[in-house]
Design a protein around this ligand. Structure first.
Ligand SMILES: C[C@@H](O)[C@H](N)C(=O)N[C@H]1[C@@H](O)[C@H](n2cnc3c(N)ncnc32)O[C@@H]1CO
Length: 147
């Protein structure tokens, strides 16, 4: 899994079109969204994550929370983003992994937003620009680590 973490004044998105055959069903109000004072996690779920989705979900949640504490962000935003890797997991696995990350962050008491899965989206983001405002993380299951 590849994550790009951007501490932002705001993130806003607008759904434009379906990008896969069966995108996540969304309501009218979910076609646009905005969150202010937020740590945005752009996430590409990778093929290697299919070896142990449980583990990568847990690791991703912990990584995001660690950065949220460092930058003192209370709002989090999970953004499915298929552009951080050339070895993407199939959509069904990716959607479930992202859903579990979203739910796990909420369970840990954070205010969490998300962008819909499976669409082309326009988005605007305002990065805060401080030294920890732009971070990336790579997460792989233990068994995928080569000696
Ligand atoms: C396209 C761009 O504007 C938009 N931002 C976009 O990326 N849309 C992606 C994700 O929402 C989702 N998606 C599919 N596979 C994956 C994956 N392995 N990991 C994450 N998301 C995925 O399906 C869409 C098409 O790949």
């Amino acid at each position: 899994m590849r994550m790009l973490l951007i501490h932002s004044d705001y993130i806003e998105y607008e759904v434009k079109d379906k990008a896969i055959k069966n995108p996540e069903p969304i309501s009218e109000e979910e076609k646009k969204g905005r969150m202010d004072e937020v740590l945005v996690a752009f996430i590409s779920v990778e093929k290697v994550d299919e070896k142990n989705p449980d583990e990568v979900v847990e690791k991703a949640i912990n990584e995001i929370i660690e950065v949220a504490k460092q930058v003192k962000a209370e709002n989090l935003f999970v953004y499915p983003f298929a552009h951080l890797s050339s070895e993407l997991a199939k959509p069904s696995v990716a959607q479930e992994v992202l859903r579990r990350i979203y739910e796990g962050l909420k369970e840990r008491g954070y205010n969490v937003g998300k962008a819909p899965f499976g669409y082309y989206k326009a988005f605007r983001i305002s990065c805060k620009g401080h030294p920890l405002a732009e971070l990336s993380r790579t997460i792989v299951p233990e068994e995928a680590k080569v000696e």
